[in-house]
Design a protein around this ligand. Structure first.
Ligand code: ATP
Ligand code: MG
Length: 183
């Protein structure tokens, strides 16, 4: 399973609808300071179910919505879709018939976030579990934000264990166990 396309609208500086193809292999994003490189990585983490506005450099979750400039009015919603390639059927059960999986998150001012998987309304938990089972997610050690390298080096043993568990693909099991215990 790998990323194939990223669509953004109204997300941070990506105010107009934008679609990026993500080819297999290594992807580099280059551009001058402030052009939106980190915003792209944050869009990926956000659509995967990131729940912390702070880790997206915002005070509240609505801060991901385009805030407007002197030239352009602010927007009322932000929408990000991540298209996953599932031709290798690497996705967990439930997606065995789909070559692609579209994960969509939309936030509207005053209304909060809504998620869809292949067009079907789902919970944030369902999106997080999809990625956790695929050994990735908003907190995957594969997504290293600016400034996080130092944090990984300085991590406490417990935190480092969490990173290793995510890399090994067993954090989805922990989430499921916690859910089972709550019920
Ligand atoms: P650097 O090379 O310095 O790391 P970068 O390419 O990573 O830069 P980003 O941090 O992704 O740049 O983008 C910063 C830009 O995004 C700033 O111009 C900031 O004003 C803009 N931005 C962030 N959030 C919003 C928002 N909600 N509405 C409008 N613009 C926003
Ligand atoms: Mg940056």
């Amino acid at each position: 399973m790998h990323f194939r396309r990223l669509r953004l609208a109204g997300f941070k500086s990506f105010v107009e609808p934008t679609e990026l193809r993500i080819e297999p292999g290594l992807t580099g994003v280059v551009g001058p300071n402030g052009c939106g490189k980190s915003n792209l990585l944050e869009a990926i983490r956000w659509v995967m179910g990131e729940g912390s506005a702070k880790s997206l450099r915002g005070g509240g979750m609505e801060d991901v919505i385009f805030a407007g400039t002197a030239m352009r009015p602010s927007r009322e919603f932000a929408d990000v879709t991540l298209v996953l390639d599932n031709e290798d059927r690497g996705a967990p059960a439930g997606f065995n018939d789909s070559d692609t999986i579209e994960v969509q998150r939309r936030i509207e001012r005053g209304l909060g976030s809504a998620y869809r998987l292949n067009g079907r309304d789902v919970r944030q938990r369902d999106v997080q579990l999809l990625f956790a089972d695929a050994a990735t997610g908003a907190h995957s050690p594969a997504l290293v934000s600016q400034g996080r390298i130092g944090a990984i080096i300085a991590a406490k043993p417990v935190e480092r264990r969490q990173l290793l568990e995510e890399a090994a693909g067993i954090s989805g099991l922990h989430v499921r166990r916690r859910e089972a215990e709550i019920r």
